[in-house]
Ligand binder design. Structure first.
Ligand code: MN
Length: 200
């Protein structure tokens, strides 16, 4: 059984950038539903319960075809959100420390260029999806994914992700997705991003 990861901060800890009601519905409603639906889909295949989400999502051709799309949707939703909660923290923001900052300067030219590129892709993404900072072939890149698709499926390592589904911001920001994106930088947990960067 996959479990719902608890938040390591309170629902209102990311105020005023993300409001408490959005966090509660997003975590207890949307995210928990992905985890529950994943468990339901896997109930026919108990051997898959032993695998990690990384293993399944990184090798979707290996999972049974009749539940493959469910693993991509619900497993992706479970994985993406579990990362997302950890990538935010009260009192976050600013810039990452080295060696991540240096690597960003190498890959994008500057931290600001990285942010502009990320923001632009986040604003332009049509429909529902995510924007990611990823590592691929030892280079940092930004890339969108649709729905709950995860960079793992393309062999990429996600380091930072922003949920741009309307459920992530609509209660507070309504149609102003750009304001949500800009405000979100104030709560980015660069310590966690750096930790993931150093792991891979
Ligand atoms: Mn979401």
């Amino acid at each position: 059984m996959f479990k719902v990861d608890p938040l390591s901060y309170s629902y209102d800890a990311l105020e005023p950038y993300i409001d408490s009601e959005t966090m509660r519905i997003h975590h207890d409603g949307h995210y928990a539903a992905y985890v529950n639906s994943l468990n339901e889909a896997l109930s026919q295949y108990p051997e898959l319960m032993e695998k990690s989400l990384e293993e399944m999502l990184g090798n979707t051709q290996q999972v049974p075809e009749d539940i493959r799309q469910k693993i991509i949707n619900f497993g992706g939703g479970a994985y993406n959100h579990s990362l997302f909660w950890r990538m935010m923290t009260p009192g976050g923001g600013g810039e990452p420390e080295n060696p991540l900052l240096l690597e960003m300067e190498k890959s994008f030219g500057s931290f600001q260029t990285f942010q502009e590129e990320f923001n632009e892709k986040a604003a332009k993404l049509f429909g529902s999806g995510w924007i990611w900072l990823i590592k691929e072939d030892n280079i940092l890149k930004t890339t969108p994914t649709q729905n709950q698709d995860t960079p793992l499926t393309k062999g990429q390592t996600p380091l930072l992700g922003l949920d741009v589904w309307e459920h992530a911001y609509y209660l507070k920001y309504r149609n102003k997705r750009k304001d949500y994106i800009e405000n979100w930088w104030n709560i980015v947990n660069w310590g966690e991003v750096l930790r993931l960067f150093n792991l891979r």
